[in-house]
Design a binder for this molecule. Structure first.
Ligand SMILES: [Zn+2]
Length: 189
């Protein structure tokens, strides 16, 4: 979908160091660096409207693919058109990650020409947001599924950069694991 060319204010922020371009190895567009981006720098902040699952899942495919899950049953959906900041593609080995629910920051320094990506499993955990991945990065998961936030390798790459509602689930699972582990003090020889 073309980026808006009129002068209407957009619902999103995209760093002026980035631009939208056609992807060589994928169908469609992506966001690319035109200047170096430092680790921790904000690359995008998403806006839109907040809708529950039934409304998000019923959106036409050209809008639904840009939905970002922000809570267990709340979704950030694009307005009636897609803004450049929404065109950031998924990658299984991303160079950006979330800070909070709607802000994307660089995980490392990004050089000009690099595509801006994040792991959609750090925001999305709903069946209607699953998709087949062809990001060509090793190891590509081939399918990005609703339970990928539980995977060790996803947590390792994106530690500290999950949407808060998913971070709460991760913390809860870790606490349960901790409780289940026998305490060293109770293991007396
Ligand atoms: Zn992949």
């Amino acid at each position: 979908m073309d980026a808006p060319s009129d002068n209407k204010p957009t619902a999103n922020h995209l760093s002026p160091k980035l631009t939208v371009r056609l992807c060589k190895d994928k169908a469609g567009q992506g966001v690319f660096a035109v200047e170096p981006v430092e680790a921790g720098e904000v690359v995008a902040v998403w806006g839109g409207r907040i809708v529950p699952e039934d409304i998000a899942a019923a959106l036409p495919p050209n809008l639904r693919r840009y939905v970002v899950q922000v809570e267990d049953d709340q979704y950030l959906a694009p307005l009636d058109r897609v803004d450049p900041a929404e065109l950031v593609n998924h990658c299984c080995l991303p160079n950006c990650g979330l800070r909070g629910q709607i802000t994307l920051v660089a995980l490392r320094r990004i050089e000009p020409g690099e595509e801006i990506t994040f792991d959609y499993a750090t925001t999305d955990s709903s069946p209607f947001l699953e998709f087949d991945c062809a990001c060509v990065k090793k190891p590509c998961r081939n399918r990005v599924s609703m339970n990928d936030w539980q995977r060790d390798e996803v947590q390792a790459v994106n530690r500290g950069h999950f949407s808060p509602y998913l971070q709460r689930r991760i913390d809860k699972a870790e606490q349960a694991e901790e409780k289940a582990r026998p305490s060293p003090r109770s293991q007396r020889g």
